[in-house]
Design a protein around this ligand. Structure first.
Ligand code: FES
Ligand SMILES: [Fe+2]
Length: 445
């Protein structure tokens, strides 16, 4: 039945995706969604979480990879495993909580089969009398919890792939690994740690609509204009009242939505890489000179020396999109993990991190921005969410068959497998074209 709903490869390659436009069914067809889960989300490297989420042996965190409920768990030796959250006996979910500590081993709540942290069967009640002479027991791998086919960690960020073949994590990430380097290098201790809670937002729209928005440099000065104006008013008010001092830096970042007018966003640049990864440069290269920043600079220079320090804070990145499941804002130490729940339901988990060894004030500043942009009371994310929902509604209608990605088409610059937008083409829809190119390649299998 399902197979009948799933379009064949020819349709995916030629009927659904053209270089500058995509059929609306790509966002709304449940059969296509099932195929995406099989061929993309349950094959490629997907972000599970940060190793600091599970610091102690037995700590676990649940995570959804494609349609699969998984567990990220730390074993006694310190190794991190990613297991299917399923008991091999009768299929009971092993951990019902989102996170916790399993103790010395997992114990199923149904019939008390127990498992090591790496998923291997440890014991079955009355195993000898119950299973003597049967195929079930310790030596049968089917009696252990199944593991993700591959697990790798880059600078503390843990990824899993449910396919045993494919590129290594570093090959897959390619240039996009700058997201993690940029985040960690900005820490005096060279690493970050999780702030142990996240915003979880369920979007009533297809997962690709969210990803396409992340590097959409045309939308901020329109969608977020009202927020930018409000923040700018606060800045002006504080400046008028206080002779010295100014509004917090986070307000300045928001007021840029209004003060950086629509034409100026063309000054930015996008870099588009294989596998659908994209980078938006610009904007975050600002170097504030307030006392908190200067105190941080001093610590960094002491640690790394002036030259290396300049290299680190000179990395000019606004956003890195790691297709198909992660959007990272490294200069502000935050990331959004995308978990598709259905063709019109998408969970995003929005995490932020602390720069190890940096002054508390630097953390407080990025926390303020994190809350301003992402909290349930934010004006910023709320405006995006409304657009996502409205896009999905429109695409579900018969009002038109295509989504177009033609902006600045033909002005992209090919550079050894990478596509760079030309100068003054920052609002190009090249990132969307790049994502759909990768999508079609994955979907063709
Ligand atoms: S279902 Fe887990 S022990 Fe029976
Ligand atoms: Fe936005």
């Amino acid at each position: 039945m399902l197979q009948e709903q799933i379009p064949d490869r020819a349709r995916i390659s030629s009927d659904l995706v053209e270089p500058d436009r995509v059929r609306r069914e790509v966002y709304t067809d449940p059969g296509i969604f099932e195929l995406e889960m099989q061929r993309i989300h349950e094959r490629v490297w997907i972000y599970c979480g940060h190793e600091s989420q599970i610091p102690k042996a037995g700590d676990y965190y649940t995570v959804q990879l494609g349609r699969q409920p998984m567990l990220m768990v730390r074993s006694g030796g310190g190794k991190i495993h990613v297991l299917y959250n399923r008991c091999p006996h009768r299929g009971n979910m092993m951990c019902g909580d989102r996170k916790g500590n399993a103790g010395e081993f997992f114990r199923c709540t149904y019939h008390a089969w127990t498992f090591q942290h790496d998923g291997r069967l440890r014991s079955i009640p009355m195993m000898e009398s119950g299973y003597a002479g049967t195929r079930f027991g310790k030596d049968n791998p089917d009696c252990s919890m199944k593991r993700a086919a591959r697990v790798e960690n880059y600078r503390g960020f843990v990824f899993a792939s449910l396919a045993s073949d494919g590129p290594s994590l570093q090959e897959f990430l390619g240039a996009s690994k700058v997201a993690f380097d940029d985040m960690c290098d900005r820490a005096p201790e060279g690493e970050v740690e999780i702030v142990p809670n996240c915003f979880r937002v369920i979007q009533h729209s297809n997962w690709k609509i969210f990803l396409e928005n992340q590097l959409d440099a045309l939308h901020p000065s329109v969608t977020h204009q009202s927020t930018g104006r409000a923040a700018h008013e606060v800045e002006k008010m504080i400046a008028a009242k206080a002779k010295k001092g100014a509004a917090p830096l986070s307000y300045h970042m928001l007021s840029a939505f209004a003060t950086v007018t629509i034409d100026k966003w063309d000054n930015f640049q996008t870099l588009n890489y294989p596998h659908g990864h994209c980078i938006l440069t610009g904007y975050m290269g600002l170097r504030p000179q307030d006392p908190d920043t200067l105190a941080y600079d001093k610590i960094m220079i002491k640690k790394y020396g002036q030259k290396r320090f300049e290299e680190i804070v000179g990395v000019n990145i606004h956003h890195v999109l790691i297709y198909p499941g992660l959007s990272v804002q490294s200069p502000l130490q935050q990331l959004r993990a995308v978990r598709p729940l259905g063709v019109d339901r998408t969970l995003t988990e929005i995490w932020h991190f602390r720069l190890k060894g940096a002054p508390e004030a630097i953390y407080r500043r990025s926390l303020a921005y994190y809350n301003l942009v992402n909290s349930p009371s934010t004006l910023v994310n709320a405006d995006d969410l409304e657009n996502f929902w409205k896009c999905h509604q429109g695409l579900s209608s018969d009002g038109g068959d295509w989504v177009t990605f033609g902006r600045h088409l033909g002005r992209d610059i090919e550079k050894g497998g990478m596509v760079e937008t030309a100068p003054n083409c920052g609002t190009s829809e090249a990132p969307m074209r790049n994502q759909m190119k990768a999508w079609a390649e994955y979907m063709r299998g």
